[in-house]
Ligand binder design. Structure first.
Ligand code: COA
Length: 139
């Protein structure tokens, strides 16, 4: 079973929400249907989904910016893991950003998430020496 990677559509929302919830990556402020809609209107490729037999089982977002392109929300449903879907999603983001002329990419993962750090190292990412606290303010 090979996953097809394609751009997210509004009709994928419930599947993406379910995947994010299962992976503890769902943020009720950020991952609303409206916000994802606005995101793809601004940049249609910026949310990708992985589909197997017509079912959306994984996703990744990116924020493209000429200063600092970043990857977010990489998540694959647990029963479809270890088949290369996560890697394929990350590689697709890299391909899109490279085509856009970007030469660097960053992502954030928990400082204590050793498995994830090793995973990204295997995909060619380097861990930078930083400890950060996320801050937020309503505008
Ligand atoms: C990390 C994740 C996206 C990998 O997806 P995937 O489709 O299984 O990835 P791949 O098939 O490309 O690679 C699988 C490898 O990653 C390893 N891995 C890394 N992090 C893992 C995790 N949190 N859970 C399970 N496996 C993980 C597996 O052990 C496996 O190694 P192996 O090939 O030596 O057996 C998936 O495990 C996931 O959704 N995890 C929860 C969400 C998450 O932590 N996302 C990263 C956010 S920073």
């Amino acid at each position: 079973m090979k996953a097809t990677i394609r751009a997210y559509k509004d009709s994928d929302y419930e599947a993406v929400k379910q995947t994010l919830k299962e992976c503890n990556h769902y943020n009720p402020d950020l991952d609303t249907k409206q916000k994802l809609h606005k995101k793809i209107v601004a940049d249609p490729e910026s949310i990708l989904v992985a589909e197997i037999d017509g079912t959306v089982i994984g996703n990744v977002y990116f924020i493209d910016d000429s200063w600092n392109p970043t990857v977010w929300r990489l998540a694959v449903r647990s029963e479809y893991r270890k088949k290369g879907v996560g890697e394929t999603l990350v590689k697709e983001v890299e391909k899109i950003l490279k085509k856009r002329g970007r030469d660097e990419i960053r992502l954030f993962t928990g400082i204590h998430k050793v498995e994830n750090i090793k995973y990204y190292q295997r995909l060619g990412y380097t861990a930078l020496p930083t400890v950060q606290q996320v801050m937020q303010k309503r505008l």
